[in-house]
Structure formats: C-alpha cells, structure tokens
Design a protein around this ligand. Structure first.
Ligand SMILES: C[S@@+](CC[C@H](N)C(=O)[O-])C[C@H]1O[C@@H](n2cnc3c(N)ncnc32)[C@H](O)[C@@H]1O
Length: 246
C-alpha cells in the first residue's frame, strides 16, 4: 500500500471549522483494499477515499497505517470504549474493530469534523462493522459530546499534530477525554513534518508524559519516514501537602 503524503502542500484554508483543515490536491479517489501485509484476511479492509472534498481527512495517511498495524498486532483486549479523534476515513478504528470482533462489549467512536461523518459512515458499512463502530462529530476544543464524557478507556489519534493553529484545541480535547479516567490509554501516531510541531509536544508535557513506543514490527521502516508512535500518559496531580496551621 503506497501512501502519498501531501499535507505540506496547498495550505489554503476553508471557512469556519474547516479553516483548521488544509485542502489538498485530489489524488486517491475511490475504494482501496488493504490486508496490512496479511494481518487481515483477504479481501482486507475497504476504505473509500473522497479525493480531498473535505480537507485532508478523506484519504489514508501513513501515520494512520502505522497505528492500524499496531492495533492489529497488539489488540486492545480488555478495553471497552475507544474514541478515535481526527479519524478521517476511519481507518484505524475500523481496523481495530475487524481485528477484535467483539460486537458485544466494545464500542469504537470514530470522530472528526461534521463534514467527514458521511465518509466515515460509508466506510463503516463497507466493512460491516455497524454494531461496533460509530461515526460521530468531535471538534477539537469544543465541549465533549456525551458519549465521550465518561469511561473512555482508549483514545486514538493518527496524524493529528500538523497545524499549529489547532494545537491548543487538540490539547484541550486530549485533556478533556482523560479527565474522567487518568489511566486512559492514549496512542498517538505522528509524522514529523515541521519544526513547529515540537511546540505541541513541549506544551503538553505539563499534562502528559510522552513515551515513544518502539516494540513493534516495522518500527524502523516507519522511523525512516519520520513516523512515530507515542503513548501519552496523563500526569497525576501532585499530592496536596497538608500543612497544619499552628
Ligand atoms: C492528516 S488527517 C489524518 C486522518 C487519519 N487519522 C489518518 O491518519 O489517515 C487529520 C485529521 O484531523 C482532522 N481535524 C483537523 N482539525 C480538526 C478539528 N479541529 N476537529 C476535529 N478534527 C480535526 C481532519 O479533518 C483530518 O481528518
């Protein structure tokens, strides 16, 4: 599967929420079939790509491919509620559903800006995962929708660090998603493109410890392409020191 990256190009902005989403030239269009190097049986996962109608989310990005492979290899066996942010096509969340096959006790919310919900729904149907995967709007920085307010076990984020303007919004959403459960597992795949990205990682250190994950197949392959996988661990508040007044 060849993933073409063009996020640096055409940083032309749409209005409203879409001004956070760079437009990209149309390249992939239509349906891609993927087995992720045999991790999924033929015919693999099916993803419809919209050719960039709604910003950068309508195609598959290499960081999404990495996160999908990691989830297929490692699984999330005891986790029950997963929220993927900036899902785009829904690739990672749908790959997870196909590998786990746990309709009864696993709910995966694939989320993005409102305009991408129809594309995510199309990909949910193409893969027959309607009983596990739900496409929803989740705009970074906005109040969390009800389904994401409580009991989130896992947050997935593939290629969401790329636009400086959106960094504070993304950070707020990560904080909000982990406020109810500080032990929530956050898996973030990231492709380094610009120096400015380091500002995001520097800023979130106040609230999160960033751990590089390297114990997976193809780590070197992705690293060569500047694609990394991190676990973000919510920092626990320092114990309040009780001082007694004399
Ligand atoms: C580079 S794409 C990655 C898509 C997908 N995760 C992948 O790896 O293939 C970044 C995604 O973040 C979404 N996004 C950007 N700003 C957003 C915001 N403020 N709220 C919600 N989603 C946003 C975009 O719509 C897009 O789908």
């Amino acid at each position: 599967m060849a993933v073409v990256e063009t996020l640096d190009e055409g940083l032309d902005f749409m209005s409203g929420f879409q001004d956070l989403v760079p437009i990209r030239p149309t390249e992939h269009l239509g349906k891609s079939d993927m087995t992720f190097d045999g991790r999924l049986p033929e015919p693999g996962l099916k993803i419809w790509e919209d050719g960039g109608e709604v910003g950068c989310g309508g195609k598959i990005w290499i960081a999404g491919e990495l996160l999908s492979k990691y989830l297929l290899d490692k699984g999330l066996h005891d986790k029950k509620k997963v929220v993927e942010i900036g899902s785009g096509t829904g690739l990672a969340g749908i790959a997870l559903a196909l590998s786990e096959k746990r309709d009864d006790d696993l709910k995966i919310y694939i989320t993005d800006i409102e305009e991408l919900v129809p594309l995510m729904n199309k990909n949910i149907s193409l893969n027959g995962v309607e009983s596990t995967v739900f496409a929803r709007t989740l705009s970074w920085g906005a109040e969390l929708p009800d389904y994401a307010k409580e009991d989130v076990d896992v947050v997935l984020a593939a290629d969401c660090v790329y636009l400086e303007k959106a960094f504070p919004l993304l950070e707020k959403t990560l904080i909000d998603l982990t406020s109810d459960n500080e032990d929530c597992l956050i898996l973030m795949s990231y492709r380094k493109r610009r120096k400015a990205d380091s500002k995001f990682f520097k800023k979130i250190k106040k609230n999160f410890t960033i751990k590089q994950i390297n114990d997976f197949k193809d780590y070197d392959y992705y690293l060569k392409q500047s694609v990394n996988l991190f676990q973000l661990i919510r920092n626990k508040p320092k114990a309040q020191v009780q001082t007694e007044s004399l």
